[in-house]
Design a binder for this molecule. Structure first.
Ligand code: G3D
Ligand code: MG
Length: 177
């Protein structure tokens, strides 16, 4: 596993606070089956996913404090940013918002795909509330921005249709860049 990208590969950044579900989302997108992560990501996690004719490299950077300084460094070579939030982690939404806006502030055009994850949890905020909590109306007029409500529950089951839709959209966005 390497996070050094070949030039023709398209690198997609997967960021968000620790525990949001980044690794689970990534594994599930790769296999089209729900697959939860087994352990918190230490540092980096790179996964190559074949979509249509191209191979895309998804790079997750650990969301815990020591790794956050790397986020901005990788922004310049990212094709698009996937930001994952735990919709039920109400206390940390302000923190997620702060980091998201720091990231997008550093790049005014990078397309943004937000996964409001863990929609299966009873206390999860609806995506309209996530939209507001993350101040997504402030992401800029020149930026493409998409918000998906996602949930990963039964290990091994087919990924939910919103996840498949998100995957198709990501492929389309990456092809346009
Ligand atoms: P991260 O990579 O962003 O740090 P992980 O997050 O993918 O490691 O997931 C953190 C925890 O959230 C994991 O549980 C994982 O199974 C769980 N999780 C991920 N997505 C969902 C979801 O949509 N719904 C629910 N209910 N849980 C989810 P553990 O128990 O291993 O910490
Ligand atoms: Mg992880």
């Amino acid at each position: 596993l390497s996070f050094v990208s070949q030039e023709k590969n398209k690198q997609i950044l997967v960021l968000g606070l620790d525990g949001a579900g980044k690794t689970s989302v990534l594994y599930s997108l790769a296999s089209n089956r729900v697959q939860h992560s087994e352990a918190p990501t230490q540092g980096f996690n790179a996964v190559c996913i074949d979509i249509e004719d191209s191979q895309m490299e998804f790079l997750e950077i650990g969301g815990s404090e020591p790794f956050r300084s790397y986020w901005e460094m990788y922004l310049s070579r990212g094709l698009l940013l996937i930001f994952v939030v735990d919709s039920a982690d109400h206390n940390r939404l302000p923190e997620a918002k702060k980091y998201l806006h720091k990231l997008i502030g550093a790049n005014p055009i990078l397309p943004l795909v937000v996964f409001a994850n863990k929609q299966d949890l009873e206390t999860a905020y609806h995506i309209t509330d996530i939209h507001e909590a993350l101040a997504l109306s402030d992401v800029g007029n020149d930026r493409k921005m998409f918000l998906f409500g996602t949930h990963l529950t039964q290990n091994g089951s087919e990924i939910p249709s919103t996840m498949q839709d998100a995957k198709d959209l990501i492929a389309q966005l990456a092809a346009e860049v």
